[in-house]
Design a protein around this ligand. Structure first.
Ligand code: ZN
Ligand code: FE
Ligand code: FE
Ligand code: ZN
Length: 257
């Protein structure tokens, strides 16, 4: 089992120590476990670590990597917001991988319950179009290794009138071309939409395109580590997937599932 997207309290909205996260991962028989905490940026300061925290974060994870050697493979990454200018200070870090995520359309944090009212002022299809065009640009930028929660835009259950396959098509083509992997992220099952990221419809397209797949629980507390991961991997196997990927030193590795 692989779980590559996990947070730490440094982002100000997660609980538990990294050590507790790892203990839980071992308990759940996860073999490859990665931290990808919210990277700093000059915006949305309250929900992420500061630039001055990056050394501390990386040192702590590297220490745990040594401590648990032989028991579980610990990897180090960041979840990075794809904004018009992605900060060099993050892109230059020496890590195993970067997850690229879109949580903002201009300055609107569309997945944050604090700003849910903004949805009422918007055309849902336009929001989806804008969202997937950002995902497409992110893939073309080639800055990241993994696409974070590819259809996060559905988080509160807003459904577009336009077929999702049409809305996401160009983004998926760009992802395939870029060589990025897509994470199957179980956090959506805990959110109002109550679905995996990606949805079944998108999953079919992703598998048809032959895009590489990895897995994540997007845990913000030790209890969420590996959340519904076992059944999710089973589901993907039943859909015909037999290998997953992970990244070490920014290099892609394949593993049988
Ligand atoms: Zn978070
Ligand atoms: Fe995220
Ligand atoms: Fe996350
Ligand atoms: Zn996330």
């Amino acid at each position: 089992m692989i779980d590559l997207h996990n947070h730490t309290p440094l982002c100000n909205h997660a609980d538990g120590t990294p050590d507790e996260f790892i203990k839980k991962a071992i308990e759940k028989s996860i073999k490859i476990y990665g931290f990808a905490d919210h990277a700093p940026m000059e915006f949305d300061y309250e929900y992420r670590m500061g630039f001055e925290d990056m050394d501390r974060y990386e040192e702590e994870i590297k220490k745990l990597k040594e401590k648990y050697k032989g028991k579980i493979e610990i990897l180090l990454g960041y979840e990075v917001d794809f904004t018009p200018v992605v900060d060099k200070r993050v892109l230059e870090r020496n890590v195993d991988y970067l997850i690229g995520s879109v949580h903002f359309l201009d300055n609107w944090g569309f997945d944050n319950p604090e700003f849910i009212k903004e949805w009422d002022k918007r055309d849902v299809d336009d929001v989806y179009r804008e969202y997937f065009s950002k995902i497409e640009k992110m893939a073309s930028s080639k800055l990241f290794d993994i696409v974070g929660h590819i259809d996060l835009v559905k988080v509160f259950g807003h459904k577009p009138k336009t077929d999702i396959k049409d809305l996401a098509k160009d983004a998926l083509k760009a992802i395939k071309k870029s060589g990025m992997a897509i994470e199957i992220n179980t956090a959506g099952l805990r959110k109002p939409v109550k679905e995996l990221y990606p949805s079944n419809e998108l999953l079919e397209m992703i598998l048809n395109e032959g895009i590489d797949i990895t897995f994540s629980s997007d845990a913000h507390s030790p209890e969420q580590v590996g959340y519904k991961l076992k059944e999710t991997i089973e589901k993907l196997k039943n859909m015909g997937l037999n290998e997953a990927v992970y990244f070490k030193n920014r290099e892609k590795h394949k593993i049988k599932i």
